[in-house]
Design a protein around this ligand. Structure first.
Ligand code: AGP
Length: 605
């Protein structure tokens, strides 16, 4: 969850660290800090609560002339949000930043008798002190000993007072990428901080120690032997991680969806059919399975819910969806005949990663849908289907959701073809329908959702309800999450027929109900449910297809999407639900891209 950066090289370290922290801020933003060697090779640390912009002001010219340093932006886990708990932590000759959780930090505090030394309440400072105890001039040996003590996840960047110009790093589970560039050597939690400087990078291998100096990066295994990490290419450009004139990343990313859909779908079409040859995904994983289990968190899990509703009627095999944080502690009913589909934008979500590892231990075949190239989930899955959304910076996921759906739709189609549930012409028609959803998304992006008076109505309410049936219910789950996380308006998604079994008690005058009614076979049932809430005074926002028959006056606001086959309405509906949440957040003057208490990448339990 935290963002980490380290730099050593010929340029001003202060600028590079602060700019890097701005890029990484979406990983956590309750406090920030940097540590650096000054021109006299003395270490300084500046850290405080608040965002990176505040740290920039505080620092002003501090760090000038430095060519080596580390920076951190925090999402608090152990210890509240305070200056002292911000990173870097100083302990004797050690300056350390950490992303992850040290599960045995309490026992280590006692074992190393650190109680009186600790200034903060963090697990990270415990690691810094232990490292200082072990350090006798041999950095690698001290880091190895530290790694042997720790139970948990970590990415550490470390400086030793007597080693100016050098940064050491080690990771277990928590991500780190690094690159040696003409501008110097960089290490960071993710690629967004490297993009301005390089096109090539490597993922720091787990259980390896990285040594960074101004002129090179060396990687060693825990036996002290030098190893050559696998270099990878970055296919994102600098623009992709900028707002490019949009007021917020979220709005920019909503607009990028049609392009991201094309980038994800078109390279996987051959003769009008889905084709995963270039991804190295063999058909036998689709032909040979007797059930599908989809595992993910949050928005990615909601994409899985849509896939379940889409796949089961076509494939006629059980398709289950699990929340990764639950699945990992269950004894799942999966085996070697199960295809486990793992979905993750970041490819680093700790619960999803644990679910992947558990699935493999049951002998299941694993296929992951991941956006970040080279991420841990991508590397550890048997097969990976990369989505091509480019970097998603806003904490609220938008374009990643659409492309996860696109990937799932393509998998469903290929699977139906391979298993004989679709003929070639049915599969081809399915993909044509999928492509037709893209202009429908464009249409919804260009409609002036914000000009409808629903936002004014929504922002004055405490609670809202989303409802739908079948696929529409699956879509509504994501609509409710989007609204909650960025507008702080309580939202619940309900299967429309279930509302009257209790929840309808909460519908009173003016409570907004967002009713999604795009599924023709249950359309009349949905309209009855809309009447039920309307009769109790709800403020109804109704979403239907263009030519759906809905009585005048049934809804307070009626938004129509282009007529599409029922299976594909999720794409334009997703755009509307994202825009509703976006404008509600803007209307309440909130921090759209970095909502309170959240972080983009959840790499802790
Ligand atoms: C939703 O807007 C969030 N960003 C969140 O629910 C997210 O989808 C979830 O944390 C999973 O992240 P991942 O796709 O990177 O694994």
């Amino acid at each position: 969850m935290c963002g980490i950066i380290g730099y050593s090289g010929p340029l001003e370290a202060g600028n590079i660290l602060l700019n890097g922290l701005s890029q990484l801020e979406y990983r956590g933003y309750d406090s920030a800090g940097i540590g650096y060697f000054d021109t006299a090779s003395k270490v300084h640390v500046v850290k405080e609560t608040g965002k990176v912009a505040k740290l920039k002001e505080t620092l002003s010219s501090a760090g000038d002339g430095s060519h080596c340093g580390i920076g951190h932006t925090r999402w608090a886990t152990h210890g509240g949000v305070s200056d002292v708990n911000a990173h870097p932590h100083r302990a004797g000759r050690v300056t350390l930043i950490h992303n992850g959780i040290i599960e045995n930090y309490h026992r280590l505090t006692q074992e190393f008798d650190l109680e009186s030394s600790l200034l903060s309440q963090t697990d990270s400072e415990v690691a810094a002190w232990i490292l200082d105890r072990f350090y006798d001039g041999d950095a690698q040996s001290a880091i190895r000993k530290l790694a042997e003590c720790i139970v948990g996840s970590y990415a550490f960047c470390i400086m030793f007072d007597d080693r100016p110009g050098e940064i050491y790093a080690i990771r277990s589970v928590s991500p780190l990428v690094a690159s040696y560039t003409p501008s110097g050597a960089l290490i960071a939690s993710d690629l967004t901080a490297l993009i301005p400087y390089t096109k090539s990078y490597f993922v720091v291998p787990e259980g390896h120690i990285v040594k960074i100096t101004g002129y090179k990066i060396s990687v060693f295994n825990l036996d002290g032997e030098k190893t050559a990490p696998e270099m990878m290419e970055i296919n994102w450009n600098t623009d992709a991680a900028m707002k490019n004139g949009f007021p917020h990343f979220m709005l920019k990313e909503i607009h990028e969806q049609p392009e991201a859909m094309k980038n994800t779908i078109l390279p996987r079409m051959a003769k009008g059919l889905p084709d995963f040859t270039d991804d190295g995904i063999p058909d036998d994983i689709f032909a040979g399975c007797s059930q599908i289990h989809i595992v993910a968190c949050g928005t990615a899990m909601h994409a899985g819910m849509v896939a379940r509703a889409l796949m089961e009627p076509v494939l006629r095999i059980p398709v289950m969806v699990s929340i990764a944080s639950e699945f990992r502690y269950e004894e799942p009913l999966i085996n070697e005949h199960t295809l486990v589909i793992i979905i993750s934008q970041s490819g680093e979500t700790i619960d999803t990663l644990a679910a992947l590892r558990l699935s493999k231990s049951y002998g299941s075949r694993t296929l992951s849908i991941v956006n970040v190239k080279g991420s841990t989930i991508a590397r550890e899955s048997d097969y990976v289907l990369y989505t091509h959304a480019g970097p998603e910076i806003a904490v609220a996921s938008t374009k990643a959701y659409s492309v996860q759906l696109a990937a799932l739709y393509m998998i469903s189609c290929r699977m139906a073809l391979v298993r004989g549930s679709f003929t070639k012409s049915q599969a081809s028609a399915f993909l044509t329908d999928l492509l037709d959803a893209i202009p429908a998304m464009e249409t919804m992006i260009s409609r002036k959702i914000e000009e409808k008076n629903m936002v004014t109505h929504l922002i004055n309410q405490q609670d809202t309800f989303f409802m739908g049936r079948g696929l529409d219910y699956a879509f509504s789950l994501e609509g409710a999450l989007k609204l909650k996380e960025i507008s702080y308006i309580h939202a619940e998604a309900y299967a429309a027929g279930e509302l009257k079994h209790g929840t309808i008690a909460l519908i009173t005058q003016d409570v907004p109900v967002i009713a999604i009614a795009t599924q023709e076979h249950v359309f009349s049932k949905m309209i009855s449910n809309v009447r039920e809430v309307k009769a109790r005074g709800a403020f109804v926002i109704l979403l239907t297809k263009e030519h759906a028959q809905a009585d005048q006056g049934l809804a307070d606001i009626h938004i129509r999407i282009p007529d599409l086959d029922d299976r594909f309405t999720v794409f334009p509906i997703a755009v509307i639900l994202q825009l509703i949440a976006y404008y509600a957040s803007v209307g309440k003057n909130l921090d759209v891209d970095q909502p309170r208490n959240l972080a983009k990448s959840v790499t802790v339990e």
